[in-house]
Write a protein that binds this ligand. Sequence first.
Ligand code: ADP
Ligand code: MG
Length: 252
Amino acid sequence: MATDARADGSGREPIIVLEEVNKSYGPVHVLKGVSLSVGRGEKVVICGPSGSGKSTLIRCINGLEEHQGGRISVEGVQLGPKTLSAVRREIGMVFQSFNLFPHLTIKENCMLAPMEARGLSKAEAEERSLDYLKRVHIAEHAHKYPAQLSGGQQQRAAIARALCMQPRIMLFDEPTSALDPEMISEVLDTMMELAESGMTMVCVTHEMRFAQKVADRVVFMDQGAIAEVGPPDRLFNSPSSDRLALFLRRIL
Ligand code: ADP
Ligand code: MG
């Protein structure tokens, strides 16, 4: 709300800025003029019904999807064909399906991009890989292949792999939705530790406990637009719209 400086990101230097972003798949208008500013170090949780455009929105932020109207800038650089690779360098992404390479060990999964995209030597990439695998508490599994690990361990490896590129921003798209219930908290704990480290994070998740604890702001999306945005306490305890109230009743 206007009285909360953080409610519009105004208390922080903006690092991700979306202005009137539009996106269609053929005739389907998926994002309808979305504007959002995320401040440095801010944690934003995006929630909303299935099909409301959450994945499309965060995929547009790192250019995995091209937007058709409006502007997206990251660290002051406007996203476009010429700046795509520069913008992507700043951003790590973690998906619902962990997307690890099955034929590589966890350690090798983490070494690949730093060697290929950042020019690290094998020894440097290995050191960095083990460093981040330690931070997500799975260094002891470094030599294993993804299939030898639990879903929670694989997702933590995927987080480590993204961190190995030393991004300034981390995007998460329902990172715990594919996990068995007993593995959800180990991934959320890892994400909370990352949040405490000061990382700028945009997380699509319906884990309201995580949102309550970590989010500076929660964005509620509905039918391709931001229907409500504000601090988690206000959104969850006194939603302004019937749509959000209904959504919360369904998921809580
Ligand atoms: P959410 O993540 O909130 O469930 P999505 O961003 O995945 O929503 O999808 C929003 C809408 O866009 C849905 O109606 C979906 O069917 C449509 N959509 C998503 N990806 C594609 C695609 N590649 N081609 C066509 N339609 C798509
Ligand atoms: Mg989605």
